[in-house]
Design a protein. Structure first.
Length: 352
């Protein structure tokens, strides 16, 4: 999914009296969602989706840009923390005891490591050690994923791959078979898995994305997801001459991740006006998983009139209005973290 300026938010701008938003309304920098080195990676769509949903972040460069660094290795602590955050897990016990002796009290991911241990996602290296700063290996991430998603993914019914470099008695062999049987993992070649090889951020991210999109337990009903889309659209169209408080409430009620950052940034610039939607959207659930869903609207058209600063004149455009809402479940609520519809390509038309 390439980053684009979403027309849906352009519509929102068109219906509002624009005013600056407080910087505190969005803690993550809008620019931090544009990670240039992701777009040429083989897992670009999956990694970009995780960035949009605030599961992965990037690294800020000395030039002020952001990078995903998909070919960089990832540590055992980092991957455990990413799983914990993506599944929104908390400690099972209020006990102050800690499972590993080699994770100091000031370690940035100490709490996440403890949570992963509580939920059986990690078991350590033996002798009370976890090895938080060691690079996580391909077999370790496969095992962590299987353990983490054992309650929401069915690992039966598929055909496991027989990798020649996975010994039958290896501690991760059973998990690799489970993960490969449903297409979560593939090898570094047709016959080898890549045992012992340090996993990259890109590999870890793609594997996690696949798992999140295969969860089939405790699903939210399609009617509930469609109801959210309808509620969002109704709220969107009611924001004519909205106050700053109303705009902020709309953002906080319906958005998270990239969409929240984009809305906050766009309201501050306020460059669109005079938009008309014709017809009524009909919503269909395109995908529905335990924590992520997509809902698409069809049946409406849109006309926008705006001033193009490059052309130095007003422009009118009309086209089908078919937004797809990418939704993420946060606690018991669903929020929209990305909207995809007809718009110009941000990378090609804006950055260059």
């Amino acid at each position: 999914m390439k980053k684009v300026y979403m027309l849906l938010l352009a519509v929102l701008l068109a219906f509002t009296a624009i005013m600056p938003m407080s910087a505190s309304a969005q803690t993550r920098d809008f620019d931090s969602y544009f990670l240039f080195d992701v777009w040429d990676h083989w897992g670009a769509d999956q990694l970009d989706d995780l960035v949009n949903a605030d599961i992965f972040g990037g690294y800020k460069t000395s030039q002020g840009d952001y990078e995903f660094r998909p070919n960089r290795t990832i540590t055992r602590a980092e991957f455990a923390a990413i799983i914990v955050r993506s599944l929104q897990l908390t400690r099972k016990s209020a006990s102050t005891s800690y499972p590993f002796t080699d994770v100091p009290a000031n370690h940035a991911l100490r709490n996440e490591i403890a949570i992963a241990s509580d939920h059986g996602i990690i078991a350590g290296l033996g002798g009370g050690k976890f090895g938080p700063n060691q690079n996580v290996t391909r077999e370790q991430i496969a095992s962590m994923i299987v353990r983490a998603f054992s309650d929401t993914i069915s690992f039966t019914g598929g055909t496991a791959k027989n990798f020649t470099d996975v010994p039958a008695g290896h501690w991760a062999a059973a998990d690799i078979k489970k993960a490969s049987s449903i297409g979560l993992v593939s090898g570094v070649s047709q016959t080898t898995f890549g045992m012992g090889r340090a996993a990259t951020r890109g590999e870890a991210g793609v594997l996690l994305h696949r798992a999140l999109n295969r969860e089939t337990k405790n699903l939210t009903s399609a009617d509930t997801l469609v109801s959210l889309a309808n509620s969002y659209q109704t709220s969107l169209l009611s924001l004519d001459n909205a106050t700053k408080t109303q705009l902020t409430n709309h953002i906080n009620t319906y958005y998270t991740g990239f969409q929240k950052a984009f809305a906050t940034e766009a309201y501050e610039f306020g460059y669109l006006e005079d938009t008309t939607i014709n017809g009524k959207l009909t919503f269909t659930v395109k995908s529905n998983n335990t924590r992520f869903a997509k809902v698409q609207g069809k049946g409406a058209t849109i006309t926008i009139n705006y001033y193009d600063p490059d052309l130095r004149r007003n422009v009118t455009e009309s086209f089908d209005y078919e937004p797809t809402f990418y939704m993420k479940k946060i606690g018991s609520s669903w929020k929209i973290y990305y909207v995809e519809d007809f718009s110009f390509d941000y990378e090609e038309d804006y950055l260059y």
